[in-house]
Design a protein around this ligand. Structure first.
Ligand SMILES: [Zn+2]
Length: 332
């Protein structure tokens, strides 16, 4: 569980800060998804728990052994349970119980809570007091990629550590070290907002191919070359949040492209270029469509969505086709 190369500076400053005055008891790690926030949080936790820490956890003490075995009694990872997208009060109660006990092995207890913005109001309230008056030497590390969606009461009780996107060169070097060719790495970074960990996952998980197929099908649908039920049927088997996310990205791309942005600024460069050559997008309808999918995405990410998947996909497809008028002379 090594740190990513772009995390060296933030790590060094955390170590220095802890030696000087001790780290704050509640940290909020913020920054884009896919840059390694969680890996950093895990490293901090292991190091805070270590019984003979130097510039990193020692890897050999009883605490480090328990950590490696995944059974450290002074550590808790609090995240939504599988069937849910929210962190509920029961989970936060367990966090509070751990924090108010005496640590069993280490000098402190450490909790990682992620993502911080999906605590429902009851859960957040239950955490407030613990954040305000942490027991003993305990630490709570929260993670979020949507700082603005974290309740202000939570934000104000944490020290924020913002992790910026690595430089393109750092990301390319790291991806090259994972065996990714430069051309693939550039496309993967472009498609993943410059986030290298997401880019690597995107390439290795097969999402790249699924996304490409999705975009191809969208182009065919836009140009009236495929029937609605076939496309909607295929897409209803995909991860719904992915579909909504891609619709959001491609509508952003269409806007950027119609304002003259170069392909290097587009996530879906190829399909968007093809569409720009074949259709005229109604700009007002495009803005409304983008706002709609953005809102939908926010609801999905916070676990507050109750959309009928197949029906919503059909509606989005119909709205998308209505706003993109096929140019005359283009073979539909
Ligand atoms: Zn250790």
């Amino acid at each position: 569980m090594a740190l990513y190369p772009w995390q060296t500076d933030v790590w060094t400053s955390l170590v220095r800060r802890h030696r000087k005055a001790g780290l704050p008891h509640a940290l909020l790690l913020t920054g884009s998804g896919g840059i390694g926030k969680h890996e950093l949080a895990l490293n901090i936790a292991r190091w805070l728990l270590c019984q003979s820490p130097a510039d990193d956890a020692c890897g050999a003490c009883h605490s480090c052994q328990l950590w490696a075995a995944g059974s450290h009694p002074d550590f808790m990872l609090c995240q939504p349970e599988e069937s849910s997208k929210q962190i509920r009060i029961d989970s936060v109660r367990k966090v509070n119980e751990l924090i108010y006990q005496t640590p069993q092995i280490s000098a402190s207890q450490v909790v990682i809570l992620r993502p911080a913005e999906v605590m429902n109001p009851n859960a957040a309230n239950a955490l407030l007091k613990t954040l305000e008056e942490p027991a003993g030497e305990s630490f709570i590390i929260l993670e979020t990629e949507r700082f603005g969606s974290v309740l202000p009461t939570i934000r104000s009780r944490c020290q924020r550590i913002n992790l910026s996107l690595p430089m393109v060169k750092e990301s390319l070097d790291w991806l090259a070290a994972q065996g990714v060719s430069e051309s693939d790495a550039r496309i993967a970074l472009q498609r993943n907002g410059g986030a290298p960990v997401s880019a690597a996952h995107w390439l290795s998980s097969g999402v790249a191919d699924i996304q490409k197929k999705w975009a191809d099908e969208l182009v065919r649908w836009t140009l009236n070359q495929a029937p609605l039920d076939k496309i909607a049927g295929a897409w209803s088997k995909l991860e719904f949040q992915d579909v909504v996310h891609w619709f959001y990205q491609i509508s952003c791309d269409m806007m950027k492209s119609s304002c003259g942005a170069g392909v290097e600024y587009l996530q879906f460069a190829e399909p968007v270029t093809e569409l720009q050559n074949s259709v005229v997008a109604d700009q007002l309808m495009l803005v409304r469509f983008q706002e709609k999918v953005q809102q939908m995405l926010g609801q999905l990410m916070s676990g507050a969505s109750h959309h009928n998947k197949s029906l919503t996909i059909e509606i989005l497809l119909l709205e998308w086709q209505a706003l993109n008028k096929v140019r005359s002379g283009v073979n539909a």
